[in-house]
Design a protein around this ligand. Structure first.
Ligand SMILES: NC(=O)c1ccc[n+]([C@@H]2O[C@H](COP(=O)([O-])OP(=O)(O)OC[C@H]3O[C@@H](n4cnc5c(N)ncnc54)[C@H](O)[C@@H]3O)[C@@H](O)[C@H]2O)c1
Length: 269
């Protein structure tokens, strides 16, 4: 079955419904090599820890931070060099977690062209370049997995978030197309849409909103928390656990979806 019947017509080269990790455990990532972008950030660090905890050898990449492959992942060359580094070091790549992100808030008519470009390049162009460079390795892996960090802003607009929302909407087009093309090659490609997590990216927005609205940081933080059922932030480890599942053999039939991890916020009418 092909969703877009007139487009790809790929011949299945692999039927890998459920290949277990080296430990024979459907959630184990032993023997797998993973690459996480945005690995110096709040969620990225948690994803690195989660995948390592499940037994994968994990490489991190980011434009900043220690112990990661340093690259500007808004560029084609940065993404190609990152993937080449992992393949040269490990000889394989099974799991790609595309998570680097950034934010800029401004009304649409004042949104700087350069910020529009920067947000799109970091969160949409970058994942495309990384996925393209990693495709041969991922599609010859016994359990190729891609997980892209999307957002609730992948499904709706947000006040002053035109650059972010447009890039995160685009992420779903990338994920769904890659999922269809990868399905015949034994690869799964999925997205996650976390609600508010208390990370650097969230704090940057809090400060911008506090300044604009004449509120304290604490008042804005309380408003963000209250926007989520349960009146709390989502822990990065809660989100990373879902990435760990999607990266595992247990998720072999989950493909082309975006999983909300938002305490039920998206269940509201
Ligand atoms: N924090 C939230 O509430 C929230 C909610 C939904 C989705 N997200 C998404 O989660 C992902 C992780 O964000 P986070 O909340 O951990 O924020 P964060 O700011 O802690 O981490 C983002 C990381 O991306 C890196 N990065 C930015 N530009 C880069 C570039 N050009 N090249 C390489 N690395 C670059 C940063 O250096 C940083 O380490 C992002 O894609 C973000 O859009 C966050």
């Amino acid at each position: 079955m092909s969703c877009d019947r007139d487009s790809v017509g790929l011949t299945p080269v692999a039927q890998r419904p459920f290949e277990l990790g080296a430990r024979g455990d459907a959630l184990s990532l032993e023997g797998r090599v993973a690459l996480v972008t945005g690995a110096s950030g709040g969620l990225g660090r948690a994803v690195v820890a989660e995948l390592r905890g499940r037994g994968a050898a994990v490489y991190g990449a980011d434009i900043a931070g220690e112990g990661v492959f340093r690259a500007d992942l808004s560029t084609a060359s940065g993404n190609r060099e990152m993937v080449a580094h992992v393949l040269e070091s490990a000889g394989r790549l099974d799991i790609l977690a595309l998570n680097a992100g950034t934010q800029f808030l401004a009304p649409l008519d004042q949104f700087p062209d350069a910020e529009w470009d920067r947000l799109r390049m970091v969160m949409l162009d970058g994942p495309f370049f990384a996925l393209k460079a990693a495709w041969p390795a991922l599609t010859t892996s016994p359990g190729g997995r891609v997980v892209v960090t999307a957002s609730p802003a992948s499904f709706g607009g947000g006040n002053q978030k035109v650059g972010y929302a447009a890039a995160k909407h685009g992420v779903l087009g990338l994920v769904r197309t890659a999922a269809l093309e990868g399905a015949t090659l034994g690869l799964t490609v999925n997205a996650i849409a976390p609600g508010w997590m208390d990370t650097g990216l969230m704090r940057g927005q809090v400060e911008a909103r506090a300044l604009k609205a004449g509120l304290t940081v604490e008042e804005v933080v309380a408003g963000f928390r209250a926007a989520q059922p349960g009146d709390r932030f989502i822990e990065v480890a809660e989100v990373a656990a879902v990435v760990g599942f999607l990266a595992s053999p247990a998720a072999s039939a989950v493909n082309g979806v975006c999983i909300p991890i938002d305490l039920g916020a998206s269940a509201c009418a």
